[in-house]
Design a protein around this ligand. Structure first.
Ligand SMILES: [Zn+2]
Length: 501
């Protein structure tokens, strides 16, 4: 078996394994599995939120040549953090007979594995929400003292001892931008003049329309500390006086383009799970306002392989219609008996795939850092040179932040492990059974949890659920095509369809 390795390192502040560490683990995994590694694809400083990563794209492209059968990643989040992208690219790879494997995550690649993943995800979300609450409370306390809560610092300021102070280097740029705009220069002209001088935003990027708009409307420059709904006048140094700020605000208001027509964007919950029964291609979201009067937009799923000049004749299906039916089928699965069965099964798999390596890794890393901290503290006591002392102080600060981050990860990991017991899962699923069927988040989690694959024909469809591998076939009059419905034959079905705009 021939494999390639994909590694990615983002430039976010979040701690993550270095490229070298990722490669080492992936190579070890390949050896263990008996794979031959043909090449490595590495994206440095790219976020997994987008698929605009050059090496990633090259890897996907190369998969068409069918020279390899496996892609190994350190963790699935290296591949993509976006579920849709993950599914889509996994699908592309599969078409080229390539499978994606994670070197550190032991989730079996079948429908029960997906269920396990979804349950773990659901339980994780609970704990993260709880942790987030805690973090939020702390941040609020900070805010009351006008301290920085991390995140990005507006141009013109820097953070010293967690307080906002004037950055002498960049504050004049802020003043220049406000003055120029108030005096009639356009946003574009200002951007050009800044970029010509190679000046950068606090994020290290070139200036653009968006960054300038944000700046020109930022009330912090008036000296107001802002965090969430907390506003404390005088909480930060003032960079722009009120007259200038108001002048800018007035001009911005005048130049604001007429708001574009708002188009509610529909979320297609079945994307990556819904396939055409005839040609087996994925069915994708499609919205249209052509068939309606009064500006109502209708949302459909259509076969990727259908439409103008395309061979498949599968008719489009109304989005809400098919989603409704699928969601109802999911709810029907959530009987007390089924819930108990699922909980048992998930615990069983979780135990057999118990992987403590992440826990061990985090604990070890924290220990190492604590040791480093002690060493630095010792050096500090011995050292009399002020310059070196300053450096040690800075280093200690960095180590402290790193330890804090890892401890938070450890907390989540431990919570997650505790959560995978039968009672917790029963509680989670029972709670899920009581949800509001019209609530989009609820519909989403049900589909994610239970639906594995749907093949849709014009008169019936088959669903495979994640709970077992048997197909369920559903024939329903509701699946008559949209055209007929619009002609009034099935009028009642479309009563609540479309988004009013
Ligand atoms: Zn088709």
């Amino acid at each position: 078996m021939v494999a390639v390795i994909y590694a990615r390192y983002s430039d976010s502040k979040q701690k993550e394994e270095s490229i070298e560490a990722q490669l080492k683990i992936c190579h070890a995994y390949a050896v263990q599995k008996g794979y031959t590694v043909m090449s490595e694809y590495i994206d440095r400083a790219f976020s997994a939120r987008t698929d605009d990563r050059p090496q990633f794209q090259r890897m996907i492209k190369d998969s068409r040549k069918k020279g390899f059968q496996r892609v190994i990643v350190y963790r699935l989040d290296r591949f993509s953090r976006n579920q849709l992208d993950l599914a889509l690219y996994k699908d592309v790879l599969l078409k080229n007979d390539v499978k994606l494997e994670s070197a550190t995550e032991n989730i079996p690649d079948n429908s029960t594995g997906i269920l396990l993943e979804a349950v773990i995800g659901g339980v994780n979300a609970w704990y993260s929400a709880e942790l987030a609450e805690k973090v939020k409370r702390n941040m609020k306390l900070n805010a009351e003292k006008c301290l920085s809560n991390g995140g990005y610092t507006p141009l013109g300021y820097k953070i010293v001892n967690r307080k906002y102070v004037v950055d002498e280097n960049t504050a004049p740029i802020v003043q220049e931008i406000f003055t120029k705009y108030a005096n009639g220069m356009t946003i574009k002209e200002i951007c050009d003049s800044l970029n010509e001088r190679h000046l950068k935003t606090t994020r290290g990027a070139e200036f653009n329309k968006n960054s300038l708009h944000t700046m020109l409307g930022n009330k912090k420059y008036l000296g107001i500390y802002i965090y969430g709904d907390i506003e404390i006048p005088g909480g930060v140094p003032q960079l722009i006086d009120e007259d200038l700020f108001n002048k800018v605000a007035q001009r911005m208001k005048l130049n604001k383009a007429a708001p574009g027509r708002f188009r509610a964007k529909a979320e297609y919950l079945l994307t990556t799970k819904l396939f055409c029964g005839y040609c087996k291609n994925m069915m994708i979201g499609h919205s249209s306002n052509q068939m309606s009067k009064k500006g109502v937009i209708f949302n459909y799923y259509k076969c990727k392989n259908s439409g103008k000049n395309k061979p498949c004749k599968k008719k489009m299906v109304h989005k809400d219609l098919i989603e409704d039916i699928v969601v109802r089928e999911c709810v029907r699965l959530l009987t007390p008996k089924n819930i108990r069965r699922i909980a048992k099964e998930v615990v069983k798999i979780a135990e057999s795939y118990d992987d403590k390596s992440e826990l061990v890794r985090l604990k070890k890393k924290i220990q190492e850092l604590q040791k480093a901290k002690e060493n630095q503290m010792f050096s500090l006591r011995e050292c009399t040179d002020n310059l070196i002392r300053q450096m040690i102080f800075e280093d200690l600060g960095k180590i402290g932040v790193e330890i804090q981050g890892l401890e938070k990860q450890l907390e989540i990991e431990e919570a997650r492990r505790q959560a995978i017991n039968e009672n917790q899962i029963i509680k989670y699923l029972t709670n899920l059974a009581k949800g509001d069927i019209k609530d989009i988040a609820y519909r989403k989690s049900l589909i994610q949890l239970f639906v594995n694959k749907i093949f849709l024909y014009d008169d019936k469809f088959t669903i495979t659920f994640n709970t077992d591998n048997d197909e369920v076939t559903i024939t329903d009059v509701l699946l008559t095509d949209i055209e007929e419905s619009l002609n009034g034959k099935n009028h009642c079905l479309l009563k609540n369809s479309g988004h009013q705009i």
